[in-house]
Structure formats: C-alpha cells, structure tokens
Write a protein that binds this ligand. Structure first.
Ligand SMILES: [Zn+2]
Length: 419
C-alpha cells in the first residue's frame, strides 16, 4: 500500500516535471520570438524569415522527423525608415501617439490640419469646403469610425484628382494600433492614425515618413512532421509566426501574444509528440504572412503537402498569451462534431470555465481550411489582460501572460487521445 502511494507521488512528480518543462520551453520561445532580434517579425528588416529559420532549428531540436520550408511571395508596404510627426511644434511618438495606415504611402512636408465637424456633418458641404483655396493641401482629421460610416465620401479623399487635400488623419483612441492586413497595395495619399489627445486643436503638422513597397517578397511557412502509427490520415496544428514588423527605425511590434504565444505552443506540442508517438501522422504548420491577410495559410491550401481530405482535425492556435477563463473558439461546419468533444473534455477537466463559440470569420489561418471543408477549430484566448494590447507596441514579453497555455495544451492533447 505504502509502495503504491509512493509510486503515485512519484508519478505525479514526474508529470509535474514534464509540465514545468513544457512551460519553461514555451516561455523561452515566446521571449526569443518577441525579442529585438526579430524586429516584430515583419518584412523590411527580414525579421519574419529570421524567425522562420529559428523555428526550423527548434523543431529539429524538439525531435521532429522532418522539417521543411514552403516558400511563397507577397507584396507588402513597409515602414522601417524615417518616422517623424510634429504637431504644432510638439514631437509625437511613433507607436504611442501615432502610427501609419498600412496602405499609406510615405510622406514628407508640412500641412495645415482640417478638423471635420462630425456634429453637423454634410459630405457634399465638406468636399466644397476642402476645395476652397485656404484648405488646399490640408490633412483631413476625423474619428476613424466616423470615416468608416461615411466611407463613400472619405474614400474619395484617398484618391488623387478627387479632392485637393494632401492626405488624412484618422483619430484612434490610445493605445494606437498598427496593422498589415491591407498592405498589399498603396493608396495615392498618406493616411496617419493619431490619438485624439495628440491632434486635438492642432493647426499644422509636419511629417517625415519613409515607406518601401516590397514586391514579390519571398517568405516561407515552416512545416514539421512527426510520423504516427498510421499514415492514411493526420492531425494538423497551425499557428502564424509573422507579425507587423517595424514602425520606423526604432519601434517594432514584438507580438508576444500575437502570435509568439501560439507558435511557441506548437513547438512544445511537437516536442511532446516526439516523446509520445501519436496514433496518426502529425503536421505542425508555422505560417508566415498571416497578419498580411492570411497569405501563408492561403498558399498552403492551394499547394497542400498532404491531401486536405486526409486531415482528421486541424487546431489553429492564435493569441493564447492571455488569461481569460472563458476560451474563445470557432469551428468549421465539419469541425462541429469535434467541438462537442472539446466541450465534454473541458467540462470533465475544468481547463476553462467554458468555451465560447463565435461565428466563423476570416480572422486567422483556420479560415482558408474551413472554406475547403477541413474539420478545424480556432483557439484564441481573447478579452483577457493581454488583449487590450492587441496590435500595439505593448504586446511584448513584459506584458505576456502565460495562464492559458497549459489549459490549451491539455485540451488539445486530450482531444487527440479521444477523437
Ligand atoms: Zn495579428
């Protein structure tokens, strides 16, 4: 009896040790990928590709049977040079007070600011006003969501020849965000995001912003394989390792939560299955180009290295560096049966308070697979403490939260055992 008890204690210690190891491994990779070495895993400074090469080594170290590279190209606007904005003589801070709309061209010059009267708004009257000599060459400043609601008018202000304004200033509440999703093209006129505090009452703005459009830029997905007992079908784990890169020379977006967290989880899952031979082949797809509009995953579904119909289930892990006790998920139509099992496991093991299912959307790399009828789930821990920093310079190692890592790991592992 005592011996059995001792054995149980020893087994518990061993399993605890494995978990502690997984957590240490996870943290090391999140910290590395969000370090300055990778410059926000964008394109202008080669950070995304450097991260890809790091992952190739990590998968080999984790014991993957095969690690391969799947190259593809994308067009992307980048901002890794000068990034200066002065408002009525006050220097604004890139990434804190202002950022660039991802499809803006670079800009240099001094401009008067035209503040849109949103209380008494009339689109035609504003256009007539902007055509007056005193407003020629101004930057039109307006709340972003207001411009979105009136985009029929405001989209005209982005085009050369439609209106004599020099560009646009979108007001966005602090913390200011930066995206890449629509960076595959560049509009005619500059568009800057600014916090309301930084632009309120400002009459003149000086801008000096470098931009470089990269055409057919080569990046790559990293694919690791662990052979299972059977090869006629497989499980697939996916996470994107790219992020939005630089905003000027000094500022980069570390993307600790988005998505060093999911990428690190993938590597530790690969390490786990290298030690515990799985029932089916397993593929770990680390995608590039996700924040540039799902480019890596879209390329993969068009050039799959295994027939998509052989995928038993796909798990897309994006932004789990958070601590919401409710776990957000989306599933494809074919993945709905799997969701019932996820819910059953979760209610037995209490990994999360509950799973909250949202509507399927083109918001991460599961989407191109869902469109091709692959059974899949998207796991994203949102609305926790880290989520407020989404796509801001504060999504860094210092603000990373590790609470959701273990429950996601266990949920997925248990699912594979029982599906
Ligand atoms: Zn993102």
């Amino acid at each position: 009896m005592r011996r059995i008890r001792l054995l149980i204690v020893l087994l518990a210690l061993v399993s605890l040790q494995v978990n502690a190891q997984d957590m240490a491994h996870y943290k090391r990779i999140v910290k590395e990928l969000s370090s300055a070495r990778y410059q926000g895993r964008g394109y202008a400074r080669g950070g995304a590709n450097r991260a890809g090469r790091f992952l190739e080594k990590e998968y080999a170290r984790a014991g993957a049977d095969e690690v391969t590279r799947q190259p593809f190209t994308l067009d992307v606007q980048t901002f890794a040079g000068k990034m200066e904005m002065v408002a009525d003589g006050k220097k604004l801070r890139p990434g804190v007070d202002f950022s660039m709309r991802e499809y803006s061209p670079g800009v240099r010059g001094e401009f008067p600011v035209y503040h849109v009267d949103t209380l008494h708004f009339d689109g035609e009257r504003m256009l007539a006003d902007l055509a007056k000599p005193e407003n020629q060459g101004c930057l039109v400043a307006c709340d972003f969501w207001f411009t979105y609601r009136h985009r029929d008018v405001f989209s005209r202000l982005q085009k050369e020849g439609e209106c004599p304004n020099a560009g646009l200033i979108y007001l966005w509440p602090s913390p200011i965000k930066f995206f890449k999703a629509y960076a595959h093209r560049v509009v005619d006129k500059p568009i800057v995001w600014v916090t309301p505090e930084a632009i309120e009452g400002v009459r003149r703005v000086r801008l000096n912003v470098d931009a470089r459009f990269l055409k057919d830029y080569e990046c790559f997905n990293v694919i690791a394989k662990i052979a299972g007992e059977r090869h006629d079908s497989c499980y697939v784990f996916t996470a994107h390792y790219d992020h939005v890169g630089n905003l000027g020379r000094r500022v980069f977006y570390a993307g600790a939560n988005d998505n060093a967290s999911g990428t690190a989880a993938l590597v530790t899952l690969a390490a786990y299955y290298a030690q515990h031979r799985p029932p089916f082949d397993m593929y770990f797809l680390a995608f590039s180009g996700e924040d540039a509009n799902l480019r890596g995953s879209t390329y993969f579904v068009e050039h799959p290295i295994v027939p998509l119909r052989q995928i038993r289930y796909l798990f897309n892990i994006d932004m789990i560096g958070d601590n919401n006790p409710m776990q957000y998920c989306e599933v494809s139509d074919e993945g709905a049966a799997g969701l019932a099992l996820f819910e059953q496991i979760n209610s037995e093991k209490h990994y999360f308070k509950a799973l909250r299912r949202g509507d399927l959307a083109a918001n991460s790399d599961h989407y191109p697979f869902a469109q091709r009828h692959v059974p899949c789930i998207f796991l994203e821990n949102e609305s926790g403490d880290a989520f407020q920093y989404y796509h801001t310079i504060f999504d860094d190692w210092q603000h990373a939260v590790t609470d959701s890592y273990e429950p996601v790991f266990r949920l997925v592992r248990d699912f594979v055992e029982r599906y």
